[in-house]
Design a protein around this ligand. Structure first.
Ligand SMILES: [Zn+2]
Length: 210
């Protein structure tokens, strides 16, 4: 069996944009708001899909423009459709659900619904790459707030417990803002995030709640 040659690249803009693929094809996760920069990083590779971890502007504003390049489908969880419609006239092509799958460059990414930061927030987990793209569900400083704080702190913590801490401990967590951490590190820090509470959790990063 040949080893998949998929790799992960990052483009740092309003959010971390993650490119997963090889020299021929790529999936774009959270295109941010600058399509030109993302397409520059894509180069001459084919975009198979554009996946938005959630519908907030800093993550999803350039989705249609990036997808248009190769007439690729855009994927969003339907629970974030309202936020999406504040950015775009055209609806996303793929309604992501928990358990959905995306294939690229010999690897598979699984959709894990993790509501809290927004109702339609998801993670993309790739077992082969030992990585999960966490959007604003969790970052290195804990659950990521929106500009207006935490829309649903308890639900976001529950989602981290159910969908993140249950992944293999060496899994890299690649968030929508800031630096990465592992599941083992998140597990160690989790109690302090809970103890700090939503008013005390100063994460240093926050996301636009549009
Ligand atoms: Zn957000």
């Amino acid at each position: 069996m040949s080893k998949p040659d998929a790799r992960i690249d990052v483009v740092q803009g309003t959010a971390n944009t993650w490119l997963v693929g090889n020299d021929e094809e790529v999936i774009v996760i959270d295109p941010g708001d600058d399509a030109g920069v993302v397409l520059g990083a894509v180069g001459d590779r084919e975009v198979l899909a554009v996946i938005c971890t959630h519908g907030h502007a800093g993550h999803a504003a350039a989705a249609l423009e990036v997808a248009e390049h190769d007439e690729a489908p855009v994927a969003l969880h339907p629970a974030d459709r309202q936020a999406w419609r504040e950015l775009h006239d055209e609806d996303p092509d793929i309604r992501m659900e928990d358990g959905g799958r995306f294939d690229v460059a010999g690897i598979t990414m699984e959709v894990l619904h993790a509501p809290g930061h927004s109702r339609g927030s998801v993670l993309l987990y790739c077992e082969e790459l030992e990585a999960a793209f966490t959007g604003d569900v969790v970052g290195e400083n804990g659950p990521v707030p929106t500009r207006d704080g935490f829309p649903n702190w308890g639900r976001q913590l529950d989602a981290i417990g159910a969908q993140v801490l249950t992944l293999p401990s060496q899994t890299r967590l690649l968030p929508g803002h800031g630096g990465e951490l592992t599941v083992a590190e998140a597990e160690k820090r989790f109690d302090s995030w809970v103890a700090a509470g939503q008013d005390q959790t100063v994460s240093g990063v926050q996301d636009d709640a549009e």
